[in-house]
Every structure is written in structure tokens, then in C-alpha cells.
Design a protein around this ligand. Structure first.
Ligand SMILES: Nc1ncnc2c1ncn2[C@@H]1O[C@H](COP(=O)(O)OP(=O)(O)OP(=O)(O)O)[C@@H](O)[C@H]1O
Length: 250
């Protein structure tokens, strides 16, 4: 089974140190973990560091992967769309990254299946430049999934989606993680999504790991006050799920 551990991981941009000492013992295949924290805390930087897109101190340790660091896929927050390509071409290009250019029928069938699963099959031959923000976000997700990652790092993957699609995408991803034994890390600003879909949560604040553990133990009134500077309650809804209710900024 694939596993990921971080040992004192840090990162800097030039001389500006923006992340330090992030240590995590084994995250296992099939797990879905939320990365939360205020703006500019270092969440995306942590993803880039795990994906090997930037270097820094500490170790990112992978085990049980079939393709080593190539098994990691990072879905960035803003998906600069190449307007020249169609949706279908962009997903095919992603599938072909690092492999030859011969396209087999089963690869095309797989693209069709992913576009269908995300309900964007009708967009296949539209140009990326003609899409709405939410449609582009779904295409980015298709580009990530076609690479069959063993470790999927998703940076606010539902920020441009309507409520129906947010829930659809998060359910789909959590089911996929369990089915395929994939490790999923999701940076989220919506803490109710973390409570609903992620068994574990890591809090990043001012470039450090401020807390980690089972989501209901991490998302507490005290953490929301200390880290997010808000007055908030975590209450159990009528269906028995914990929910964050925000009363105001401190
Ligand atoms: N390419 C870069 N060059 C220089 N500084 C950067 C670069 N990318 C990010 N930073 C800085 O690093 C810090 C952490 O940024 P990062 O994008 O990791 O935060 P984040 O937690 O993902 O924020 P948000 O929730 O706003 O997306 C910020 O101060 C940011 O300005």
C-alpha cells in the first residue's frame, strides 16, 4: 500500500522562508486529509514541496508506490487555461505527460469515462478559453485523474463550483481514494467540507503545522479562535454531523 511521510519539511522562496518543520507520520492509501489554514499560511507551498516542484529542507518519504515521485499529482489552485486546446486535447495531453505519443483506444475510452464521471462529456470539443471558471476547474480535475495518481494533492478543488458540484466532486474523490487506495490531500477553506469528507486534518498557520489529527478533534472552537480569529461554534446538526457555525470575526 502507498504511504507518505514528511520529516521536518520546509520551503523558501529566495530568502523568504515560508514553511518549516512540517512532520507527519504515515499517511496511508485510501485516506483523505484536509489541509486548512488562513490565506498565505503555506498550504500550496507544502503541496509544491511534496510534489517536488520546489526544493527545501527535510524529507518527503514515499513507500509502496509503483512510479515513485511520478505517482504524485498536484492539481493547482489556479489553472491557467491554454485557450488553444480543447477540453479533450488538454486531458489527453495530461495523460501523455512523460510517455510516448501513441494513443491507444483504451486511453481514449478512459478519457471519455472520466469526462462522463465528472458530467463534462459535452464539453469535450469546446476550447478551454470558452469555459466558465467552474467548468475549467472540472477539466483540471479530469487532467489530474487521467494520470491515475497514487497521491493526489488538490488545492481548493471546489472553490469555483456550485454547491451541487462541490458535493458531487468531493464524494467522487473520497470514493475513488477508498476504491483505488489513493492518498488524497485537499486544501480547503470550507471547514464543513473538511468535517464531512476528510477523516484527518492538518492545520498550517504562518508556515508551521499548528495541529493535526482526526478532523473533529482538530476543528474546534479554540482552533477557530486562535488560528482563524473568529468566534465560532462546532455544533451537531439535526442529522448528527458536526458543523461550523460562525458568529463573527474577533
Ligand atoms: N512563487 C512565489 N514567490 C514568492 N513568494 C511566494 C510564492 N508563492 C507563494 N509565496 C508566498 O508564500 C507564502 C505562502 O503562500 P501559499 O500560496 O503557500 O499560501 P496558502 O496557504 O496556499 O494561501 P491561500 O489560502 O491564500 O491560497 C505567502 O506569503 C506567499 O506570498
Amino acid at each position: 500500500m502507498v504511504a507518505l511521510a514528511l520529516d521536518n519539511v520546509g520551503a523558501a522562496y529566495g530568502k523568504a522562508k515560508v514553511l518549516s518543520d512540517v512532520t507527519l507520520s504515515d499517511l496511508k492509501g485510501g485516506s483523505v486529509t484536509a489541509i486548512i489554514g488562513p490565506n498565505a499560511a503555506g498550504k500550496s507551498t507544502l503541496f509544491k514541496r511534496i510534489a517536488g516542484l520546489i526544493k527545501g529542507p527535510g524529507l518527503v518519504e514515499l513507500s509502496g508506490t509503483e512510479r515513485g515521485s511520478r505517482s504524485i499529482c498536484y492539481m493547482p489552485q489556479d489553472t491557467g487555461a491554454n485557450a488553444v486546446l480543447t477540453v479533450y486535447e488538454s486531458v489527453l495531453l495530461s495523460a501523455k505527460q512523460g510517455s510516448g505519443w501513441r494513443v491507444a483506444d483504451d486511453e481514449l475510452a478512459e478519457i471519455d469515462a472520466i469526462l462522463k464521471a465528472l458530467h463534462i462529456q459535452d464539453l469535450g470539443f469546446r476550447g478551454l478559453g470558452e469555459l466558465s471558471g467552474g467548468q475549467r476547474q472540472l477539466v483540471s480535475l479530469a487532467q489530474a485523474l487521467i494520470r491515475r495518481p497514487e497521491i493526489l494533492l488538490m488545492d481548493e478543488p471546489t472553490s469555483a463550483l456550485d454547491l451541487h458540484r462541490q458535493i458531487e466532486v468531493l464524494s467522487f474523490i473520497t470514493d475513488l481514494a477508498k476504491r483505488d487506495g489513493m492518498i488524497v490531500l485537499i486544501a480547503l477553506h470550507d471547514l464543513n467540507h473538511a468535517l464531512r469528507y476528510c477523516e484527518n486534518t492538518i492545520v498550517i498557520a504562518q508556515g508551521k503545522m499548528a495541529a493535526s489529527g482526526a478532523t473533529p478533534e482538530v476543528i474546534t472552537t479554540g482552533m477557530l479562535r486562535d488560528i482563524y480569529k473568529i468566534d465560532a461554534r462546532v455544533e451537531t446538526c439535526s442529522r448528527g454531523s458536526p458543523m461550523v457555525i460562525v458568529d463573527g470575526a474577533i
